[in-house]
Ligand binder design. Structure first.
Ligand code: ZN
Length: 180
């Protein structure tokens, strides 16, 4: 799948959740690929930023079945405490992992060869209507279930380029998509 096909597929998945994405927004969907070329279909996902300014941010995270957001945290930056984010599941299932008691038999499958870079294993299974808030500077990662998953994210200002990824071979998103 090329990038245009990935974006079109993301729009289709959003439509299943009753989320309308306009044609111009479709072209602005970012594919979070961690700098991997070719794109790793499991270790990538799609985001659409509705708004991101110096006071607040809102985006959709659109994930195909099994797609994974790599472990990361949002540290303090530019005098702010770091990004605090609230996830609300809109569609499908998302397995979210945070610090805490490791969950026996977790549902997610780590991309092969990257096991050591996924270190927090307290599992939260998110279904439509479930909501969870991540405080700044807290490690987390997540993976979509077999039907995919969509999360609406509400947060303080987002600067993906300041994120700290546990896996040093992965690149942060250099396009934080600052829009008013
Ligand atoms: Zn995050």
């Amino acid at each position: 799948m090329d990038r245009a096909e990935i974006r079109a597929k993301a729009v289709e998945l959003a439509r299943k959740a009753g989320i309308v994405i306009t044609d111009s927004e479709r072209d602005q969907i970012q594919i979070i690929d961690y700098g991997l070329d070719p794109i790793d279909p499991q270790l990538s996902f799609q985001i659409l930023i509705y708004v991101n300014n110096d006071r607040y941010c809102a985006k959709e995270l659109i994930m195909f079945p099994g797609q994974t957001c790599a472990e990361h945290k949002h540290p303090p930056f530019l005098g702010t405490p770091g990004k605090q984010e609230t996830f609300r599941c809109r569609y499908g299932t998302v397995y979210l992992y945070v610090p805490g008691e490791p969950t026996p038999n977790p549902k997610a499958t780590i991309p092969a060869g990257r096991e050591e870079h996924f270190t927090v294993w307290h599992e939260i299974v998110m279904k439509p209507g479930d909501q969870y808030t991540l405080m700044p500077d807290t490690l987390h990662w997540f993976q979509a279930g077999p039907e995919g998953g969509i999360i609406s994210e509400f947060s303080s200002p987002s600067r993906d380029d300041y994120d700290i990824l546990t896996d040093p071979t992965l690149a942060t998103n250099k396009d934080p998509g600052l829009r008013d």
